[in-house]
Design a protein around this ligand. Structure first.
Ligand SMILES: NC(=O)c1ccc[n+]([C@@H]2O[C@H](COP(=O)([O-])OP(=O)(O)OC[C@H]3O[C@@H](n4cnc5c(N)ncnc54)[C@H](OP(=O)(O)O)[C@@H]3O)[C@@H](O)[C@H]2O)c1
Length: 249
């Protein structure tokens, strides 16, 4: 088992959903968590929850699309706690629509946050991990990074990019720099992700889905992250494909 007590993590998209749940679970396991997002009021409330339970958290206002904001947050976290051992690239969004609706701004936003944002944080943290010759990077892809669904064409394209990048990154930094890379591919998780769907038909479809099956909770994904983190040092859990039992697709 790898002991993670005292390790330092940067978690993007920590203001809600999977990221917030991961911050709580990692902090409870003794990890010092840098919690990053744009909504700092939510991050402050999360920090209060973590510190009330005896954990250690640092609020980082960060827009992953803005490389300067990412670099400033990474520097603040490394200066405060000494380094960064774990990067959870989790910020993302999923505004569904059919391609013929031409919601071009939403397409670009998904590419900017889900792909370029993840690359920005990876570029900012990787030098620290290379220097210390250790680290663990988690990238949040999706079942939509393995399969394609109607209405999710652009989202699937971004998540396939995350899956591809994760596998390539694992090959390049594993043996050479002793950095583990895990690609997380969840099915349906009950979070705020669906709130950004502006297409009324797809929004209704997601609401209906929630009445037909028991979604995962963010904490379920966080539990699997702990399994990968605590695996023996020579073990790289390369993929976590985690689905609700009810998800038959
Ligand atoms: N829920 C699911 O069913 C599901 C399934 C598979 C994969 N995923 C993936 O899981 C990840 C987390 O999503 P979630 O389900 O937990 O949804 P969520 O509750 O909506 O969380 C999304 C997080 O991303 C952050 N974010 C969005 N844009 C950002 C930006 N420009 N800069 C920094 N942070 C940004 C949000 O924070 P701020 O708005 O405060 O910045 C929020 O904390 C996403 O990558 C998503 O694609 C979710």
């Amino acid at each position: 088992m790898t002991n993670i007590n005292g390790k330092i993590a940067l978690i993007t998209g920590a203001s809600s959903g999977i990221g917030a749940a991961a911050a709580l679970k990692l902090a409870a396991a003794g990890v010092k968590v840098g919690i990053a997002a744009r909504r700092t009021d939510r991050l402050e409330a999360l920090k209060a929850d973590i510190t009330d339970k005896g954990g250690d958290a640092l609020v980082l206002e960060m827009d992953v699309v803005d490389a300067a904001s990412v670099e400033a947050g990474v520097k603040k976290l490394a200066d405060t706690y000494g380094s960064i051992d774990i990067l959870f690239n989790n910020a993302g969004l999923m505004p569904l629509s059919d391609v013929d609706q031409l919601k071009v701004r939403e397409w670009h936003r998904m590419v900017d946050v889900n792909v370029k944002g993840l690359l920005n944080t990876t570029a900012a943290v990787l030098p620290l991990m290379i220097k210390q010759h250790s680290g663990h990077i988690f990238n949040t892809s999706s079942i939509a990074g393995r399969k394609v669904f109607k209405g999710l064409s652009v989202y699937c394209a971004t998540k396939h990019a995350v899956t591809a990048f994760s596998d390539g990154l694992r090959m390049e930094v594993g043996q050479k720099h002793n950095i583990r890379v895990t690609c997380i591919q969840p099915g349906a998780v009950a979070t705020e992700l669906y709130d950004q769907i502006t297409d009324p038909g797809y929004r209704q479809q997601m609401d209906d889905l929630a009445t037909q099956m028991t979604f995962l909770q963010g904490a379920d994904i966080a539990d699997t992250i702990l399994v990968a983190l605590q695996a023996p040092a020579h073990v790289n859990v390369a993929e976590l494909f985690v689905l609700p039992v009810d998800q038959a697709w």
